[in-house]
Write a protein that binds this ligand. Sequence first.
Ligand SMILES: Nc1ncnc2c1ncn2[C@@H]1O[C@H](COP(=O)(O)OP(=O)(O)O)[C@@H](O)[C@H]1O
Ligand code: SF4
Ligand SMILES: [Mg+2]
Length: 339
Amino acid sequence: MSVATPSAAPPPAADAKEGLLEVSGLSVSRRERRDWVKLVDGVDLSLGRGEVLGVCGESGSGKTLTSLAVLGLLPAALKVTGSIRYRGEELRGASRRRLRGVRGREIAVVWQDPSTSLHPLLNVGTQLTEHLRYHLGLDGAAAERRAIDLLASVRVPDPAAALRARPHEFSGGLRQRIAIAIALACEPKILLADEPTTALDVTVQAEILRLLRELVDERQVSVILISHDLGVVSSLADRVQVMYAGRVVESGRREQVIASPRHPYTRALLAALPGGAGPRSRIQAIPGSPPLPGHLPAGCAFHPRCGFAVASCTSSRPAFAPVEGGTRLACPIDPFGPK
Ligand SMILES: Nc1ncnc2c1ncn2[C@@H]1O[C@H](COP(=O)(O)OP(=O)(O)O)[C@@H](O)[C@H]1O
Ligand code: SF4
Ligand SMILES: [Mg+2]
């Protein structure tokens, strides 16, 4: 997907700054022989009500592990440190019961592949009403009415008939809409969408992104939109966070990060999009590939791929520091900063 021209972002909701979700210093590590290897390294993230936070980075940058950590769904073999506060409550180390209560009811998730959330053998109505029965205690006619409303709200045509059909009877785009309806069943405060459009073709992608925007505007739900595609992220997010090799390297309001990217990696991601660096520009693939956890280059992990690297980039690890206008940046060289 090509990059969206930043338009005036809708004003944030009055309590956007309240911080529905505040993640700070989140690290996820795996054991390799006697060492712990960091897969996610000191990620900060904050989300206000009715806000869309876009998280972008190439495959392997730690986006999914960050979201699984927020949901309390990481395998026990991985070590998690840092803080995950939801409406002021610390979720790291919370009981399984509490985390089950938060998942689905407060923070719901939409995965890349809708079949992850949909049972292939059960009709859509059974799956939706099961969810409503389990989480909200609705039964019979009330659950069915609510299921029809939910399918209508995600623009599934003929919702009453859709309830009686099984997932394979729908196109990929409609399956993703149904998965979104299930995610919305308990009116969660946060929708965590991990590559929700990656398996879909471009026109269907745009429809799903439009639907997510409507849900944000109409329901004041907050969204964490995760994608490897900066074009997808830029079309919806109010704020953008760019990850590389497990760390956040640039974050700020969409207008700033997309129109005036400061980190060479953000620039490279944009230049790799069709039309990303200007209407007549050619796509420039990022040379090389991201490093694997446990094999990060010394200093700035991006330095072997960076056209602006200087000697100090190979020895000292850049701090993720605030620059002007609320942007944070992990590049002390700052080649695109104000001169
Ligand atoms: N369960 C796991 N155990 C060990 N390593 C993992 C696990 N899940 C992911 N990884 C590794 O952690 C890194 C980040 O993965 P992930 O968060 O899935 O990246 P992204 O979603 O950005 O593509 C990758 O190198 C991946 O191989
Ligand atoms: S710190 Fe150096 S290598 Fe890293 S992005 Fe900045 S200029 Fe490039
Ligand atoms: Mg992922």
